[in-house]
Design a protein. Structure first.
Length: 367
C-alpha cells in the first residue's frame, strides 16, 4: 500500500475504528487501545504503542497512518491567545485559535476550508470556499494544539472546551463534524462533556434537526439581527431558513433538557443592528426561547465597510436585553492583534466558488 493510499486513523471515531479492526481480523477492543495512544498519549508512532503485538504494529505501519494538519505558523497574542495556521493539503490552510481564561482553555476550531456561506461581516466568508474538512483534519486541530502547547511553558492548562466557531459552517459538514465530536466526547479519547463542546451555526435547520438524536452538544446560533429583512442582508442563509423557523428548531433542540439554553451570537455593527429599538425587537423575537445572548463587538478586517459599535451603544443594547430578563454577556475581544478574534479567521483558501474573483471585479467596476 502506497503512502497516499494509507488509511488515516484520525478519520475514525471509536465505532468506526472498531469496525476497521474487526474487518482486519483483530479484536474490537484494539480500537480503545489505539484511541488512548493517539489522543491521551499524543502518540503518532506505532512502535510506541507497546500493548499492541509487534505483528499488529507492523500491519498498522504498512496500511495506516496518523496524519495531522501541519503547523505553518504560530502566533502569540499579547493577551495569551495563540493562533495556528495549519496546512491541510498542498493549496489550502485553515486557522485554529486557543483562548486561555482563568477557568478554562478554549480551542476554536474550523470545520471547512473557507465557508460555503457568505455572511457580509465575516472575513472567512470573503475568502470563498474550497471543501469540507475530513474528520481527521477536524480532530487533528485538537491533537496539534495539545501537542504544540506542551512546548509553551506559559500553558500548563489542558484544553477544556472546544467551540466550532472557526472557519466554515459546521452543519454543512455534518457527518465529519459529528464523528469528530464523538472523539472529543469519548472517554478513550478526550472525554469532554457535552456542555464543553459547542457547535455554532448560522441556522441550517435540517441538519440541526438531525443533530439532536446523535449528539446534544451545546448550541450557539449566529443570529445578528432581530428581523428577517436585516438578517437577509447579514446572513443570506436566512432567505432559506428565516428567523421564526430557526427559533422553532432551536427550541426543539433544547426541549426536554433541564436548564439548557441556546446561545445567540449577535455581532455589534455601528448603525446597522445596534439601536435600542432593535434590542427591544430582539427581546420580542426571543420570547419563550431558553436563550442567552452573546454580544460580540465587530472585529474589522481589510476591505470591510462595517464599523464596531461604540461601547456606550453596546452597553445600552445589553441593558435593554437584561432588563427584559435575558441573560446577556458582552464578549471580550481576544487575539485581535494577531487577527485571531471572532470573524477574522482567513486561512489560505483556493476558492472554488470564485467569490473572491467576483468581489474583486465588482470593486473594479465601482471604481
Amino acid at each position: 500500500m502506497t503512502e497516499h493510499t494509507k488509511v488515516n486513523l484520525l478519520d475514525f471515531d471509536r465505532q468506526g475504528l472498531e469496525t476497521f479492526f474487526t474487518e482486519m481480523g483483530e479484536k474490537a477492543f484494539r480500537a480503545s487501545q489505539v484511541l488512548k495512544w493517539i489522543y491521551q498519549g499524543g502518540v503518532d508512532n506505532f512502535d510506541d504503542m507497546t500493548n499492541l503485538s509487534k505483528s499488529l504494529r507492523e500491519l498498522l505501519k504498512q496500511n495506516t497512518e496518523i496524519r495531522t494538519p501541519e503547523i505553518v505558523t504560530q502566533q502569540l497574542s499579547d493577551d495569551g491567545t495563540i493562533k495556528w495556521l495549519l496546512r491541510v493539503d498542498s493549496g489550502n490552510c485553515i486557522e485554529t485559535v486557543f483562548i486561555p481564561e482563568s477557568d478554562r482553555g478554549t480551542l476554536c476550531i474550523s470545520s471547512q476550508v473557507g465557508c460555503a456561506l457568505d455572511c457580509s461581516f465575516c472575513s472567512t466568508a470573503q475568502q470563498g470556499f474550497n471543501r469540507n474538512l475530513s474528520t481527521g483534519e477536524i480532530i487533528g486541530q485538537l491533537w496539534v494544539a495539545n501537542k504544540a502547547m506542551q512546548c509553551l511553558p506559559r500553558y500548563d492548562r489542558v484544553i477544556s472546551n472546544v467551540v466550532f466557531m472557526g472557519m466554515g459552517e459546521p452543519l454543512l459538514n455534518f457527518e465529519n463534524v459529528v464523528s469528530a465530536i464523538n472523539l472529543m466526547m469519548d472517554d478513550n479519547a478526550y472525554g469532554l462533556s457535552k456542555r464543553r463542546v459547542t457547535i455554532s451555526t448560522s441556522g441550517v435547520i435540517p441538519a440541526l434537526q438531525r443533530l439532536k438524536p446523535l449528539t446534544d452538544v451545546s448550541l450557539a446560533v449566529s443570529l445578528h439581527a432581530p428581523t428577517d429583512e436585516l438578517r437577509n442582508e447579514l446572513v443570506p442563509l436566512n432567505k432559506k431558513y428565516p428567523i421564526k423557523q430557526l427559533l422553532a428548531a432551536c427550541k426543539d433542540y433544547v426541549e426536554g433538557a433541564a436548564r439548557r439554553k441556546v446561545t445567540f451570537e449577535y455581532v455589534m455593527l455601528e448603525g446597522v443592528n445596534d439601536s435600542p429599538e432593535q434590542a427591544r425587537q430582539l427581546v420580542k423575537v426571543l420570547k419563550g426561547i431558553p436563550a442567552k445572548v452573546n454580544l460580540i463587538p465587530f472585529n474589522p478586517f481589510p476591505g470591510t465597510n462595517y464599523r464596531v459599535s461604540s461601547q456606550a451603544r453596546i452597553d445600552t443594547f445589553r441593558d435593554v436585553l437584561m432588563q427584559a430578563g435575558l441573560i446577556t454577556v458582552t464578549r471580550k475581544t481576544r487575539g485581535d492583534d494577531i487577527d485571531a478574534a471572532c470573524g477574522q479567521l482567513a486561512g489560505k483558501v483556493l476558492d472554488r466558488t470564485k467569490r473572491q474573483t467576483r468581489r474583486n471585479a465588482d470593486e473594479s467596476f465601482r471604481t
